[in-house]
Design a protein around this ligand. Structure first.
Ligand code: CP
Ligand code: NVA
Length: 329
């Protein structure tokens, strides 16, 4: 480990909703497009420098910093990559049980006010997006990162954007078709992709569209003429697209609807026939976990077009960059 690479660009603190004073990452919309571009450049630098270990320029970025991991839904990728990221940046984490930290034992505000005396911030996976905001607003200096809510999954979108940039180089003018539930993953993907100039097409069954407010948000942050277009017909959405993305039909917390959803979403399966409508070199994305045989076939998941494990890897690098941006003074 003798090679030395230039240090990554000086981290910038993202400017978010004014009441949260830019200290939180609850939504992709807490980033300006320039913050997202900066975050992706920093992600690429920390990815390149990871083999340097302790010699990496960011290896002590979180020295002396404790962060709480608060998860009230299951997670493999998000939890693992935050644990590794915090350690590789020289920080520490605590992991209080969800039924204690996010249960009914005391208010979320009091949890935040207590944690704030010991740790610098929290990575939180929860249900309503409003719970993240409540936690952040009850505190003064606490940094809160959304590790998935019912409405948004912004950390996933960071990894998705890095993966697409790696695949395409300049992403401006490219297109991604999201096929399936207009859910948390679709929302954050749309918000982030348009900031990079990527056109977003979303095909969902009636009743499972992206939330109506996403159009206005996307129009506000879109750059380089990128647009969001909604479809019912998956083939129409995928036609000529440079990337095809899907996610589970039934998100965590919606399990009671699984049987109905399986029936309504069946025409939205991403299979070889659907992929044939995309551009010849189109890639396939999935945030994982995948339900093979439901929203995607084995043939697509395991095809050369599939970049799903690149996305999983990039969760680590993009979250390291995010932690540096939010926590390093
Ligand atoms: N994609 C994602 O968030 O995976 P986990 O639910 O395993 O964290
Ligand atoms: N939409 C899925 C994403 C899982 C990473 C869910 O919320 O369960």
């Amino acid at each position: 480990m003798t090679a030395h690479h230039p240090a990554p660009a000086t981290p910038r603190t993202p400017r978010g909703a004014s009441s949260l004073e830019g200290r939180c990452f609850l939504s992709v919309l807490d980033f300006e497009p320039a913050d997202l571009e900066h975050g992706l450049a920093l992600s690429a630098a920390v990815k390149r420098d990871r083999p340097l270990g302790k010699e990496a320029p960011t290896s002590a970025a979180l020295q002396g910093t404790y962060i709480a991991l608060l998860f009230e839904k299951p997670s493999l990728r998000t939890r693992s990559t935050f644990e590794i990221a915090i350690r590789e940046l020289g920080g520490n984490y605590i992991d209080p049980a969800a039924d204690v930290a996010l249960g009914k034992r005391e208010s979320l505000a009091d949890v935040g006010r207590s944690l704030e005396r010991w740790v610098a911030g929290a990575v939180v996976r929860t249900y309503e997006q409003s719970r993240l905001r409540d936690l952040a607003l009850a505190t003064t200096s606490f940094r809160v990162i959304n590790a998935l809510s019912n409405e948004e999954h912004p950390c996933q979108a960071l990894a998705d954007c890095l993966t697409l940039q790696e695949r395409w180089g300049d992403p401006r003018g490219r297109s991604v078709a999201f096929v399936g539930d207009g859910n948390n993953v679709a929302t954050s993907l749309a918000q982030a992709a348009v900031m990079l100039g990527i056109h977003v097409r979303v095909a969902s069954p009636d009743g499972f569209d992206l939330a109506p407010e996403v159009d206005a948000d996307v129009a506000r942050v879109a750059r380089h003429g990128a647009e969001l277009t909604r479809f019912r017909d998956p083939a129409a959405a995928v036609r000529g697209a440079d990337a095809v993305y899907t996610d589970v039909w039934t998100s965590m917390g919606r399990e009671a609807e699984a049987a109905v959803r399986r029936r309504l979403f069946a025409p939205y399966q991403v299979n070889d026939a659907l992929m044939a409508h995309a551009a010849p070199d189109a890639c396939f994305l999935h945030c994982l976990p995948a339900h093979r045989g439901e929203e995607v076939t084995d043939s697509v998941m395991d095809s050369p077009a599939s970049v799903v494990f690149d996305q999983a890897e990039n969760r680590l690098h993009t979250q390291k960059a995010l932690l540096v941006m939010l926590f390093e003074d």
